[in-house]
Design a protein around this ligand. Structure first.
Ligand SMILES: NC(=O)c1ccc[n+]([C@@H]2O[C@H](COP(=O)([O-])OP(=O)(O)OC[C@H]3O[C@@H](n4cnc5c(N)ncnc54)[C@H](OP(=O)(O)O)[C@@H]3O)[C@@H](O)[C@H]2O)c1
Length: 293
């Protein structure tokens, strides 16, 4: 039986990967995260506290579990926070990877590492796996540097880039669907950018794709996203429409007017041909994703 160790298991993606793995009878799952286990409603996996920036602890946990596959979902993911706390961001998104790669190599594990559409500048999408990154934000830079460490040093690696992930989450961390839904349900007006375009990704699709890459031993870079590109304000309108919430609370705004701390790419989106061909990847359209959500 293959053993799969997941880092950042309390995160949006980590939770979903563990949930799916425990339903498969053919793999063993080890969840690890910085803070105490949040997946309290699911059984059938081991949990270990693991701070990836602690190199001794990381080596120990990986050695005792001896996994065949490591899915690294742990990261500092808040884009503006990364811009403000650069040292912290670098420590987990870049430095920790050097040790993680070494530990993965030591146990001969396949390292499946999550990256982002924010490695691109948003002027040339939809992007293929061969397009050249040019990050605009510190978060994007850290993910791009992280990719280089994985590619240069890991013996068996897979890099999975994804875009604006949405789905059910047991923690208080928000995502685009939850933010719009909760705000409008509370009668709270929101400003949403109308000049940034993304292909929102259902976390279930992403988690299944990551697992599939492990099961099929796929290596290299894969682009995994939802199938449709839309502006972020259109995403908000679709969420409001689906839950029959008051769309008048949504104010479209330009990126320049919103003036966020970190610069974001204007338009990303991925060409999904490789994932479709090699993984039979068939992502849910956004409105179907909302039904599952
Ligand atoms: N969500 C998106 O829209 C999106 C888009 C593009 C790419 N990605 C990438 O996809 C991956 C997963 O994203 P996500 O949305 O699932 O992230 P998330 O919900 O923010 O979860 C990240 C997890 O990382 C863990 N973590 C943070 N610092 C750690 C450390 N020092 N040691 C161990 N664990 C640590 C946290 O664990 P605790 O909760 O236990 O503190 C957290 O739950 C990330 O690599 C992200 O960059 C995400």
């Amino acid at each position: 039986m293959k053993k799969i160790l997941v880092t950042g298991s309390n995160g949006l993606l980590g939770q979903k990967v563990i949930e799916i793995l425990t339903g498969l009878k053919t793999v063993g799952a080890i969840a690890t995260s910085l803070n105490v286990d949040k997946i309290v409603d699911v059984k059938g996996y081991d949990f270990e506290l693991l701070d990836l920036t602690n190199h001794v602890e990381t080596g120990y946990i990986i050695r005792i579990h001896n996994p065949d596959i490591i899915i690294n979902t742990a990261a500092m993911t808040q884009v503006d926070k990364c811009e403000e706390q650069k040292a912290e961001c670098w420590k987990i998104n870049v430095e920790a990877l050097k040790n993680l790669v070494k530990c993965s190599n030591d146990v001969k594990a396949q390292l499946i590492h999550l990256s982002s559409d924010f490695v691109f500048d948003g002027t040339g999408g939809p992007y293929t796996e061969n397009d050249i990154p040019n990050p605009l934000s510190y978060y994007g830079l850290s993910k791009w540097e992280g990719e280089k460490i994985i590619k240069d040093r890991a013996d068996k690696w897979t890099i999975v880039r994804t875009i604006l992930v949405y789905g059910v989450n047991r923690t208080t961390r928000s995502n685009i669907v939850l933010w719009v839904k909760n705000s409008l349900e509370a009668g709270k007006p929101i400003q949403v950018v109308n000049d940034q375009f993304r292909a929102p990704t259902l976390v279930d699709d992403l988690a299944n794709a990551c697992i599939e890459m492990g099961v099929r031993e796929k290596t290299g870079i894969f682009h995994i996203s939802g199938p449709e590109m839309m502006s972020i304000v259109d995403i908000a309108y679709k969420v409001a429409g689906y839950y029959k919430l008051d769309t008048s609370l949504i104010t479209p705004i330009s990126s320049a007017e919103l003036n966020e701390i970190a610069q974001r790419p204007r338009s990303t989106g991925f060409v999904l041909d490789k994932a479709k061909k090699e993984l039979n990847y068939l992502p849910h359209p956004f409105e179907d994703g909302l039904k599952i959500y």
